[in-house]
Ligand binder design. Structure first.
Ligand code: ATP
Length: 214
């Protein structure tokens, strides 16, 4: 219809084990700066690039994610990857979402570390072609060289929109380590996530028994 603007949808995929304030700040800044009408949080059951880690059960991560985003009406849990067999490649997720929202614009959101790793993702060029924009929030220690990335994924640069935000040295792994070591972690996660972690006693096992390499 003439004059009708396409809805702008943000897609934010992750393991969210647990969701932390880095995720929420990225999501909220991206929503603001890219003028997103809604933001879909895509919980990945078994991320292809984290096969070597022990990841909390999906049901727990879903509870944590719902607790993290529940008080924001424009944030939604997207079950698309939870409802299909793996491997859960972002390119397939986006293809499905484009089918579900044919007249919307899709903005995929990632941190700078994920942008650096993008060439190793499944069909990165097709992913870039499918989306209308790639919202990137830089992360301490990431190594983003757009010119080098453009050579590996032609067409990438025009899709990248850097999100202006402070660099946040916060990761889910670091929070899991803090909890298992009995260190302070409360304000690294939203209050509802903190309450749930405490109530369920998640991540409190000694770090070594989670079989993660540091
Ligand atoms: P882990 O430490 O377990 O690897 P994580 O903190 O990186 O987890 P994920 O669920 O793997 O969290 O991340 C989902 C997305 O959020 C990724 O694109 C990642 O780059 C981005 N992200 C996570 N934390 C930050 C942060 N502090 N700053 C910018 N981007 C972030």
């Amino acid at each position: 219809m003439a004059g009708m603007k396409a809805q702008r949808i943000g897609v934010f995929g992750g393991t969210f084990d647990p969701p932390h304030v880095g995720h929420l700040i990225l999501a909220a800044e991206a929503q603001d700066q890219l003028r997103l009408d809604r933001l879909l949080w895509v919980l990945t059951p078994d991320p292809p690039h984290k096969q070597d880690q022990s990841i909390s059960p999906l049901s727990i991560r879903m509870k944590l994610l719902l607790a993290a985003i529940g008080d924001n009406p424009s944030f939604e849990l997207c079950r698309v990857d939870m409802e299909r067999p793996g491997p859960h490649y972002a390119v397939d997720t986006v293809q499905i979402l484009k089918g579900q929202f044919p007249s919307s614009e899709i903005y995929y959101l990632i941190g700078g570390d994920s942008l650096h790793d993008l060439p190793t993702w499944h069909q990165p060029q097709r992913l870039i072609h499918l989306i209308d924009g790639l919202g990137v929030m830089r992360r301490p220690g990431d190594e983003v060289d757009l010119r080098e990335l453009e050579q590996k994924i032609p067409g990438l640069t025009v899709k990248v929109c850097f999100i202006e935000a402070p660099l946040l040295e916060i990761s889910a792994r670091q929070i899991r380590q803090r909890i298992s070591a009995g260190r302070a972690y409360r304000y690294y996660v939203p209050p509802a996530v903190y309450r749930l972690i405490e109530e369920l006693g998640i991540y409190h096992l000694p770090f070594s028994s989670r079989q993660e390499a540091s």
